[in-house]
Ligand binder design. Structure first.
Ligand SMILES: NC(=O)c1ccc[n+]([C@@H]2O[C@H](COP(=O)([O-])OP(=O)(O)OC[C@H]3O[C@@H](n4cnc5c(N)ncnc54)[C@H](OP(=O)(O)O)[C@@H]3O)[C@@H](O)[C@H]2O)c1
Length: 209
């Protein structure tokens, strides 16, 4: 333990979780040290080593990640470089410094076919590049250090950045700002008072050709 007490180190400090950790502040007696991507790129071992130099007691939170789920499909190399290799680098350097690690992971490591809540012993089966890269990151952390905790979270939201709650609020605002009259297609076509038998989709597409 250093003279100043144990340290809570956060990588990915500019993200949703990183900013929330900064707002919450460190536990009493702890120092909070934060690195955004400019401060320490977790894919660069030297930057991570420099960031953790001299820290001998405490916990590292790896909140840095490639979190753009759809974009990961088009950029798998970038997703794996950050979510797998970067996590492995943070875990390796933290272990060498005697620091414990909290690694953030995701429910995307599962395939979502289970009807009940998932447990930590359930088999993983990621269906996306993002999920596969985060699962590979978990494996890299497990291989690097025993002193780790992996948290599989889901639908993280906050007042910061991009998340589903902010998206829904934005969409609700857009909807509230729009005024107009409804236009039922069934009325526009004059079929309102007629009983119309539904056409199977296969026939409908043939009819359009
Ligand atoms: N958001 C969710 O719904 C959700 C759900 C389940 C699990 N999680 C996990 O929870 C953790 C935190 O999520 P979050 O919502 O706080 O993510 P976030 O808001 O997207 O923040 C991630 C942060 O990581 C930074 N980063 C990316 N690549 C980096 C690199 N190479 N080196 C250093 N920093 C880098 C990003 O910086 P830039 O902005 O510069 O890219 C960003 O500030 C992640 O591990 C994520 O996988 C999130």
């Amino acid at each position: 333990m250093t003279e100043e007490g144990p340290v809570l180190v956060v990588f990915g400090a500019a993200g949703q979780l990183g900013r929330a950790l900064a707002e919450a502040g460190p536990p009493p007696g702890w120092r909070l040290v934060q690195f955004d991507r400019d401060g320490a790129d977790i894919t660069d071992r030297h930057e991570v080593e420099r960031a953790l130099a001299g820290m001998e007691a405490g916990v590292v939170v790896n909140a840095a990640a490639f979190t753009a789920v759809d974009r990961a499909e088009a950029e798998p190399d970038a997703a794996f470089a950050i979510n797998r290799d970067g996590a492995g680098i943070v875990a390796t350097v933290a272990a060498a410094s005697g620091l414990s690690l909290i690694q953030l992971s995701t429910d995307y490591v599962f395939d979502g076919r289970k009807a009940a809540p998932y447990g930590e012993g359930d088999p993983t089966n990621p269906l996306s590049v993002y999920g596969a890269s985060k699962l590979a990151g978990e494996d890299a952390v497990r291989a690097a250090t025993e002193r780790h905790l992996i948290l599989r979270t889901a639908w993280v939201f906050s007042p910061f950045g991009s998340n589903f709650v902010r998206t829904m609020v934005h969409l609700a605002r857009v909807a509230r700002d729009n005024y107009g009259g409804r236009s039922a297609t069934i009325r526009m076509t004059g079929m309102r008072h007629r009983r119309v038998a539904p056409i199977p989709l296969s026939q409908a597409s043939i009819a359009q050709q």
